[in-house]
Design a protein around this ligand. Structure first.
Ligand code: 5RP
Length: 230
């Protein structure tokens, strides 16, 4: 296991403390969440009464194949706690998410959860959002070029996301959208946020602003718990 993986495991282990009192647990998507699922498996007997809500087909498959009770999102009115990863976290705990194209559903689960906990390795900490990652924007397929050109005219570099292999054509998300990766090019994310929130054709985006209650940061030998008020 490499150092970053060890950091992910450390953060995932710490997240277990946050689910002890929860009945309905939302689970995000990605490699750090995979480590969290591995931790769940370790204490499976203690989780008999827990119901899980998955943010993606990938996470749902992983939970179901390990025998956890996974409910449909329509069957719950709220979620007690949500655990997910992130691509970038700034000092105010604002985040970019969506490298796994699951951010639309992830944002729904985040918003409707009573407690939101994000688990990251230390490489995800940034001074300013957009330092390392583009902002993923999900669009209704037919609107792709209109949204792309609109954002390009605003000065953003925009790329339609394609799979590395295994399919011709763009990636289609679990919520049947195409993903535009929007590079901030040094611009302030607030401007993009304002634009995206009013742009028809956009069904979701990976700017998670003001949503994280806690971020558990994994380091090789320890974890640090960041809370929104820090
Ligand atoms: C998926 C996400 C993931 O949470 C994010 O990409 C982090 O993934 P990883 O833990 O693999 O670095 O937002 O849409």
């Amino acid at each position: 296991m490499n150092i970053v993986e060890k950091c992910k495991v450390n953060a995932a282990k710490e997240a277990i403390k946050f689910i002890r009192d929860a009945k309905i647990i939302g689970v995000g998507t990605g490699s750090t969440v995979e480590k969290f699922v591995e931790q769940l498996i370790e204490i499976k007997k203690e989780l008999k009464d827990k119901v899980f809500i998955a943010s993606s087909i990938d996470t749902r498959i992983k939970l179901v194949e390990k025998g956890f009770c996974v409910a449909d999102l329509l069957s719950v009115n709220e979620i007690d706690v949500y655990i997910d990863g992130a691509d970038e976290v700034d000092p105010e705990l604002n985040m970019i998410k969506g490298d796994g194209a699951a951010h639309t559903m992830e944002k729904i689960l985040t918003f409707y959860s009573k407690k939101r906990v994000f688990i990251v390795d230390y490489t995800k900490l940034v001074k300013k959002l957009g330092e390392k990652h583009p902002v993923p924007v999900e669009v209704i397929p037919e609107a792709t070029n209109l949204v792309k050109h609109y954002l390009e005219n605003q000065g953003y570099k925009v790329k339609i996301r394609y799979p590395k292999k295994g399919k011709y054509g763009p990636i289609i998300s679990d919520t049947y959208g195409l993903i535009l990766d929007v590079y901030l090019n040094g611009k302030d994310y607030h401007d993009l946020l304002e634009t995206l929130d009013k742009l028809p054709g956009v069904t979701g985006h990976g700017l998670f602003i003001g949503y994280a209650d806690y971020v558990i940061v994994g380091y090789p030998e320890e974890t640090k718990l960041l809370t929104r008020s820090d």
